[in-house]
Write a protein of this length. Structure first.
Length: 68
Protein backbone atom coordinates (compact mmCIF):
# COMPACT_ATOMS: atom_id res chain seq x y z
CA UNK A 1 0.00 0.00 0.00
CA UNK A 2 2.83 2.38 0.81
CA UNK A 3 4.39 1.81 -2.63
CA UNK A 4 1.17 2.86 -4.38
CA UNK A 5 0.79 5.94 -2.17
CA UNK A 6 4.33 7.06 -2.99
CA UNK A 7 3.76 6.41 -6.69
CA UNK A 8 0.54 8.40 -6.78
CA UNK A 9 2.04 11.30 -4.83
CA UNK A 10 5.00 11.44 -7.23
CA UNK A 11 2.69 11.43 -10.25
CA UNK A 12 0.44 14.16 -8.83
CA UNK A 13 3.45 16.26 -7.80
CA UNK A 14 4.61 16.52 -11.41
CA UNK A 15 1.24 17.58 -12.88
CA UNK A 16 1.14 21.09 -14.26
CA UNK A 17 -0.96 23.54 -12.25
CA UNK A 18 -3.59 23.85 -14.97
CA UNK A 19 -4.35 20.11 -14.76
CA UNK A 20 -5.37 20.19 -11.12
CA UNK A 21 -8.72 21.47 -9.94
CA UNK A 22 -8.09 24.67 -8.02
CA UNK A 23 -11.29 26.66 -8.55
CA UNK A 24 -14.84 26.37 -7.32
CA UNK A 25 -18.05 27.90 -8.54
CA UNK A 26 -19.04 30.38 -5.83
CA UNK A 27 -22.71 31.32 -6.00
CA UNK A 28 -22.99 33.43 -2.82
CA UNK A 29 -19.86 35.36 -1.82
CA UNK A 30 -21.43 36.66 1.42
CA UNK A 31 -19.29 34.57 3.80
CA UNK A 32 -20.09 36.53 6.96
CA UNK A 33 -23.81 36.27 6.27
CA UNK A 34 -23.53 32.53 5.71
CA UNK A 35 -21.63 32.13 9.00
CA UNK A 36 -24.26 34.17 10.84
CA UNK A 37 -27.07 32.13 9.31
CA UNK A 38 -25.32 28.86 10.24
CA UNK A 39 -24.76 30.04 13.83
CA UNK A 40 -28.40 31.15 14.17
CA UNK A 41 -29.50 27.73 12.91
CA UNK A 42 -27.11 26.09 15.39
CA UNK A 43 -28.68 28.02 18.28
CA UNK A 44 -32.27 27.73 17.05
CA UNK A 45 -32.15 23.93 16.75
CA UNK A 46 -30.74 23.52 20.27
CA UNK A 47 -27.44 22.04 19.19
CA UNK A 48 -25.55 24.62 21.23
CA UNK A 49 -27.06 23.18 24.42
CA UNK A 50 -26.17 19.65 23.38
CA UNK A 51 -22.58 20.77 22.74
CA UNK A 52 -22.29 22.51 26.12
CA UNK A 53 -23.78 19.53 27.98
CA UNK A 54 -21.43 17.19 26.11
CA UNK A 55 -18.42 19.35 27.02
CA UNK A 56 -19.37 19.38 30.70
CA UNK A 57 -20.05 15.63 30.83
CA UNK A 58 -16.82 14.93 28.94
CA UNK A 59 -14.82 17.13 31.30
CA UNK A 60 -16.32 15.42 34.35
CA UNK A 61 -15.76 11.95 32.84
CA UNK A 62 -12.14 12.83 32.03
CA UNK A 63 -11.50 14.02 35.58
CA UNK A 64 -13.10 10.92 37.06
CA UNK A 65 -11.06 8.52 34.93
CA UNK A 66 -7.60 10.12 35.17
CA UNK A 67 -5.13 9.12 37.83
CA UNK A 68 -3.10 11.72 39.60
Amino acid sequence: MNYYTDLISQLVWHFPVNWTVVAQNITDPNIVGQMQQAFNHFVKTGQVWAMLIGLVIGYVFRNLTTYG
